[in-house]
Write a protein that binds this ligand. Structure first.
Ligand code: NAI
Length: 474
């Protein structure tokens, strides 16, 4: 092993937490190295998560529209067929373009991108086993080390993955044929998105969920309406269901479940296990250098500036507590590097949006109505249906509603929740309003273009004080 190369900042992990932090480091004058075990930077998000799933969801949505909705717009097609191979190839192309963009972004900012597996061997030292064969380990010395290695799927001992019949989301994004019967364990983000995807492509999808509701972090009213909409599309939900065992066989996978109705045996062609993710710390050398980890959750412990228990080593993203979302990781990556540079970097955890890319989409920010109740916060609610927004009618996407929660006395926005077309984009103005400490009146007093989907958000905000011109009278 040769001499260690010196850096100001070594970032381990080139996902949305790590690569963004690396760029911010160079902007602040640091000499930065970013190491990733995958040859294609971008992490789970770009390679096997957010991006490929949205590429396929968008493609499957076009298929669904062509089959079910073009006719009502007067567009007649003689035949609509699925070419799964072409759909997958397009998804791969989107992934490749975006991971190439991350590489170019890093290199054009002067970040030294290193392909290899990193391990901490001291508070200021990292050993990298290169990804390219036939080269020996590389030593890096750095004033700051940022851990951003992300997360991995939680395994279910009763349904161990075999990559053929029992799948993680990674395999479920690359199937070479449409399974006739797809079972999904978990009605969270991944289960709902990938369940919707394969249902639109022709699978009969059954989602088994331990809790009595779907999409647990979402506002309950939104969750119920989403469940109704997805059931109408043909997804089958088995709620309050406990998985006893899944056994892969030659032609299918047999699944035993238990619910109020007793014990039951089901059979699927494929089974997707999507019961959450956990921090990926294996092989990172945390114990060797003394980085403290929460023994229950596996999260790396950090202070408000993202410093771990070892001076000089910092951590962000899915590795630490909080929602496992790419944009949360990026915000933390920037804040951590700014703190290293002595700047006041921070993240406003009350203003992190989340979205589920089903159809209709779900998006939310801030408190749900249940959380406001639990915390005994006085609140007022305004809701408005998309069926009352002209643009949603023109699009033929009038399902769902917008909901704004405001403090009962100050009117300050506590949370906003949207079920409807492009909810993931529409939530942005609610996030901004919250970030600026705005009230429902501020949103209601903001002129929204007509005809736009955003008018539903505007009317929901106005409905908080019963000032919506269009909302139905209570
Ligand atoms: P999740 O935490 O969203 O949902 C897991 C679901 O599985 C829960 O509803 C839970 O009650 C259920 N469950 C757990 N054990 C079970 C069992 N034994 N039997 C039946 N049900 C069981 O986790 P998911 O969907 O795997 O996603 C992982 C993470 O990835 C999420 O935390 C999310 O932050 C992130 N993600 C975000 C996306 C987005 O922003 N659109 C998309 C996909 C993932």
């Amino acid at each position: 092993m040769g001499e260690a190369e010196r850096f100001d900042l070594v970032v381990i992990g080139a996902g949305p937490g790590g690569y963004v932090a690396a760029v911010r480091g160079t902007q602040l004058g640091m000499k930065v190295c970013c190491v990733d075990k995958d040859a294609k930077p971008g992490g789970v998000c770009q390679n096997v998560g957010c991006i490929p799933s949205k590429a396929l969801l968008d493609s499957s949505e076009y298929l669904h529209l062509a089959r079910e909705h073009f006719r009502e717009h007067g567009v007649l097609l003689s035949e609509v067929k699925l070419d799964l191979r072409a759909m997958m190839a397009r998804k791969e192309r989107v992934v490749r373009e975006l991971t190439d963009n991350v590489r170019t972004l890093l290199e054009s900012n002067g970040v030294h991108l290193l392909w290899g597996t990193a391990r901490l061997v001291g508070a200021t030292r990292v050993e990298v086993t290169p990804g390219a064969p036939a080269t020996g380990p590389v030593l890096l010395d750095s004033r700051f080390i940022l851990l951003a290695t992300g997360s991995e799927p939680v395994a279910l001992p009763s349904a161990p993955w075999d990559g053929i019949r029992i799948l993680t989301s990674t395999e479920a994004l690359s199937l070479d044929s449409v399974p006739e019967r797809l079972g999904v364990i978990g009605a969270g983000y991944i289960g709902l998105e990938l369940g919707s995807l394969w249902q639109r492509l022709g699978s009969t999808v059954t989602i088994l969920e331990a809790m009595s509701r779907i999409a647990p972090p979402a506002d309950a009213q939104v969750g119920r309406a989403l469940e109704r909409a997805l059931r109408k599309q043909g997804l089958v939900f088995r709620l309050g269901t406990k998985l006893i065992e899944a056994r892969p066989a030659e032609e299918e996978v047999k699944v035993s479940i238990e619910s109020d109705g007793g014990r039951e045996d089901l059979a699927f062609d494929r089974l997707l296990v999507a019961v959450g993710r956990r921090p990926l710390t294996r092989g990172l050398g945390l114990e060797d250098v003394g980085v403290a980890v929460d023994s229950r959750t596996g999260h790396v412990r950090v202070d408000a500036q993202y410093r771990t228990s070892v001076p000089g080593i910092w951590a962000v993203g899915d590795l630490i507590a909080g929602p496992m979302l790419a944009h949360k990781a990026s915000a933390e990556g920037i804040a951590a590097v700014e703190c290293m540079a002595g700047l006041p970097g921070e993240v406003d955890y009350d203003c992190i949006p989340s979205a589920i890319y089903t159809s209709p989409e779900v998006a939310g920010v801030g408190l749900t109505e249940e959380q406001a109740k639990e915390r005994s916060i006085p609140y007022c609610v305004g809701t408005y249906p998309f069926s009352g927004a002209g643009r949603a009618r023109c699009l033929g996407r009038a399902d769902g509603f917008a909901k704004v929660l405001a403090h009962g006395r100050s009117g300050r926005i506590l949370g906003a929740h949207i079920l409807g077309p492009r909810a993931s984009d529409l939530i942005a103005e609610c996030v901004l309003a919250m970030q600026l400490g705005g009230s429902a009146e501020d949103l209601a007093g903001t002129i929204h273009g007509h005809p736009t989907l955003s008018e539903a958000v505007h009317e929901a905000a106005a409905a908080v004080r019963r000032c919506s011109i269009y909302a139905p009278r209570p």
